[in-house]
Write a protein that binds this ligand. Structure first.
Ligand SMILES: Nc1ncnc2c1ncn2[C@@H]1O[C@H](COP(=O)(O)OP(=O)(O)OP(=O)(O)O)[C@@H](O)[C@H]1O
Length: 244
């Protein structure tokens, strides 16, 4: 097991119930610092519920979650975590620039630093030309890209992305993955949920979720070789996953 200082996210016996319905069952998992960790599972398997607990937006019914050694939820951790939700949390009546300024201020960015970061993240998601446009006039894919830009704005140590590339075309999808890999090489820990198998293959480590249970975890290569599978999809099916 890795030393505590090497662990970014530590989950122990995490249960989340909604009324009487148990959505997460005793999840224990370590996410090491600095890599890309993919949470893979079909729709309804509990990915969003789990990452919301890690981001500190929701609280576990029982069990513990620590991020960088701090028990979650904890408001002060907001500046160290970037979270991109599955549904975009943007102000439709404001322009992209105004949205970035609003969230930037929330994260404690201001002045020339904020301006510089706004331009960097908008270039990254290919929205530079749409800075002054009202977000209400953005397409679904553009809103996803702006949400990603906002999550990256304050250069968080931990980046939590819930299905970041849904509705994004293959060319931009590749450039976003290239950037995620570059950020992870620079030390950012990235936690990404996906049900897309070729994205799962790009992660350093994977956790496979099914029906709120962690059915397997390891590197894509380990998961494939342990199950004698040629693909992640085959490995997932071996562990008892429904088609993701
Ligand atoms: N607030 C809630 N109240 C009741 N049930 C909920 C709530 N939030 C999530 N659930 C249930 O928890 C289960 C897991 O949902 P969750 O959104 O975490 O899955 P997911 O793997 O992220 O799926 P998707 O990829 O479709 O978003 C589902 O059965 C869902 O209906």
């Amino acid at each position: 097991m890795a030393a505590a200082s090497e662990i970014c996210v530590r989950a122990r016996d995490v249960i989340r119930k909604f009324d009487d319905k148990k959505v997460l069952h005793d999840i224990s998992l370590d996410v090491a610092k600095g890599g890309i960790f993919g949470l893979l599972g079909p729709s309804g398997s509990g990915k969003t519920t789990f990452v919301k607990l890690i981001a500190g937006i929701d609280e576990a019914t029982s069990g513990q979650i620590e991020v960088l050694g701090t028990p979650m939820p904890k408001l002060a951790m907001m500046v160290r975590i970037g979270y991109m939700a599955q549904s975009d949390a943007l102000y439709a009546e404001l322009t992209a620039k105004e949205n970035l300024e609003f969230f930037g201020a929330l994260f404690g960015l201001r002045g020339s630093r904020l301006k510089q970061r706004m331009h960097e993240v908008m270039a990254l998601v290919n929205l530079t030309d749409h800075m002054e446009r009202s977000v209400g006039a953005y397409s679904g894919g553009m809103k996803r890209r702006l949400s990603l830009a906002i999550a990256l704005l304050h250069e968080p140590e931990v980046l939590i992305l819930d299905e970041p590339t849904v509705g994004i075309d293959p060319v931009l999808r590749k450039s976003i993955w290239d950037e995620l890999q570059s950020l992870s090489r620079q030390g950012t820990t990235i936690l990404v949920t996906t049900h897309v198998m070729d994205e799962a293959d790009k992660c350093d480590r994977l956790g496979m979720l099914r029906d709120g249970r962690l059915i397997a975890s390891g590197s894509p290569e380990e998961l494939k070789s342990r199950t004698g599978s040629a693909t992640i999809e085959e490995a997932f099916l071996y562990y008892g996953g429904a088609r993701a």
